[in-house]
Write a protein that binds this ligand. Structure first.
Ligand code: SAM
Length: 234
């Protein structure tokens, strides 16, 4: 069993469990005192911990030894226009598994979703990190309008702008400026002409095709992160 905890970890550290975590460990997994759990806090690597107290709604673990050092992902942001709930959940889960450092839902002209439940998406990111063995949990940002995001765009961050209407090759990104990157995936309706023009005018923007077919936004997000990993990631 592997759990993310907000409590800082360290040798001999006592770690209280939330009600949900206690229910999961002692109710669902039937674990008892002395049982072993892998813990990570997003900053201190992974630790082997033992159950010191097992209650119905509470519990406590004690860190025994560190089993993995902290491994932070490359500084990659994934910007995407939220789609239907299940597909948005999928994008967040896969972005966390693939090592995005920050996941940013953006509202574009043709984005249908008015709102997102940031806390729900953040808990999907935590579950994905627990499952994939990472020691880092990406932050899910609040939804922001694309024009506002672009107006505040950091000077040194490159943007892999994925657009089915264009023909840029991902392999050329390796020749582009170095520095941190972001990937942008549009909504089901694609980008508007004005958004395309704005994006193409940015010096940090590099337009990329993901192949000759139109991919669904969730497929496009996974394909783009895979390409980015291959060409620029580590
Ligand atoms: N506007 C399109 C249409 O209705 O014909 C479809 C948009 S597509 C479903 C959603 C997003 O996935 C796009 O905005 C783009 O970011 C990305 N995408 C899908 N297929 C792509 C491709 N072949 N190359 C680059 N990006 C792609």
């Amino acid at each position: 069993v592997r759990l993310y905890v907000e409590h800082p970890l360290g040798l001999g550290q006592s770690v209280p469990l939330s009600r949900e975590q206690a229910h999961y460990l002692f109710g669902v997994m039937r674990m008892n005192e002395g049982g072993e759990v892998a813990l990570f806090d997003g900053k201190s690597g992974e630790w082997r911990a033992e159950v010191a107290e097992a209650g119905k709604r509470s519990g406590r673990l004690v860190c025994a030894d560190q089993t993995k050092p902290q491994m932070d992902p490359p500084d990659l942001w994934l910007l995407f226009a939220p789609i239907k709930k299940a597909r948005t959940d999928f994008i967040v889960e896969k972005a966390a598994e693939m090592g995005a450092a920050r996941i940013c839902p953006v509202q574009t002209k043709f984005t249908n979703a008015e709102r997102i439940r940031r806390d729900r998406l953040q808990s999907h990111a935590v579950e994905a990190a627990e499952q994939c063995g990472g020691t880092f949990v990406p932050e899910v940002a609040d939804m922001a309008r694309l024009d506002k995001v672009l107006a505040e765009w950091p000077q040194d961050r490159q943007l892999m702008f994925c657009d089915e209407a264009e023909a840029g090759a991902a392999r050329d990104l390796a020749m582009a400026a170095t520095g941190p990157w972001a990937i942008l995936i549009g909504p089901e309706g694609g980008f508007s002409d004005a958004e395309r023009a704005r994006l193409k005018s940015m010096p940090q923007s590099h337009v990329v095709s993901l192949g000759p077919r139109i991919l669904r936004a969730d497929t496009a997000a996974v394909a783009a992160m895979t390409l980015w990993q291959q060409v620029l990631g580590d």
